[in-house]
Design a protein around this ligand. Sequence first.
Ligand SMILES: [Ca+2]
Length: 93
Amino acid sequence: MCDLSPDELRAVFDKHAGADGKLSKRELRGMIKEKLGGDECKGAKNPGAMRELFSKMDEDGDGKLDFEEFKKALKVIKEVKEGKPLDQIQCLK
Ligand SMILES: [Ca+2]
């Protein structure tokens, strides 16, 4: 997913963000499952880790990810996919 062009990224975001144009926690989880595959995404399978990840991605704290927050989150998602523990992900520090 991190190799997508900006246009493709936008399309993925819009598809999952729904009518309000922002990703909720549930929408984000659905997207990660679809794009990364549930089995290989260890971090996303853990509800506590997922909640923690989401709150770190949600920079303005409104409970939803807008497109800018989403773009920054892609790096995080990639590292979660690789099985990296959340507390070792550099861009979350
Ligand atoms: Ca937000």
